[in-house]
Design a protein around this ligand. Structure first.
Ligand code: SF4
Length: 226
């Protein structure tokens, strides 16, 4: 066996243990963007760029009452939609993405959200992260692993990936996370990132995966992220 194969086996085994421990620590981990359809989840995920899920949920409470299907987003001026989503930030770009995506869904997919990565990536404003969120959480399809800021930080600290870009980190994770966990894995990392493995001053002494983490300050004496 080559060293790299050995390393992959070690990573797979450690990753399975990390998932087990985090499932015990966060039994309620799930998608925190409120939605009642694949289309609503697509809109919420576009809005979530550079914005907290809590803020997006406040905005979508009214938004999803006003706009129920793709066509509804095409009936208003960009200015009006910008006003409706203003507090999520980057509202001009997000308006362009939402109205662009709504147009394609209305004209090409009969107002339905497509269920393949390739088709989703064709929608304006939709990159792999958004497509993975929708496929995994609205359709239960494991097409990839969502990589956001929490998944990036924890993957580095737990030494599951040393890559810098989300696309490359996702490829590393796909190689070591069991496919049946691809949808849940980011929810666990996001829950752990918010509660314990924070960007600054992570709570290593209280961490459910401390024994599996090479970056723990209990081992290194150095606070991660400092
Ligand atoms: S031990 Fe510390 S750095 Fe490692 S995962 Fe836990 S909180 Fe994060």
């Amino acid at each position: 066996m080559k060293v790299t194969d050995k390393k992959i086996q070690e990573l797979k085994s450690r990753t399975r243990k990390i998932i087990r421990s985090l499932k015990r620590a966060y039994p309620d981990a799930r998608c925190s963007l409120n939605h009642s359809s694949a289309f609503e989840l697509l809109i919420a995920t576009i809005l979530s760029a550079q914005c907290t899920d809590a803020r997006v949920n406040i905005v979508t409470q009214d938004l999803f009452r006003k706009y129920r299907k793709p066509e509804d987003y095409l009936k208003v001026s960009p200015k009006e939609l910008q006003r409706d989503i203003r507090t999520t930030g980057f509202f001009r770009n997000k308006t362009t993405s939402i109205q662009g995506a709504a147009k394609v869904l209305h004209e090409q997919y009969g107002d339905e959200v497509p269920q393949t990565m390739d088709e989703l990536l064709e929608l304006p404003g939709v990159a792999r992260k958004t497509a993975n969120v929708v496929l995994g959480n609205a359709f239960g399809l494991s097409a990839g692993v969502v990589v956001d800021t929490h998944v990036t930080r924890l993957s580095h600290r737990l030494d599951l990936s040393r890559q810098k870009t989300a696309e490359k980190i996702e490829q590393d994770l796909i190689a070591i996370v069991p496919k049946k966990e691809w949808v849940m894995f980011p929810h666990l990392f996001i829950a752990h990132g918010r509660a314990t493995c924070k960007a600054r001053n992570p709570l290593c002494a209280e961490c459910a995966v401390e024994k599996l983490c090479p970056s723990s300050y209990l081992k290194t004496g150095v606070m991660p992220g400092s």
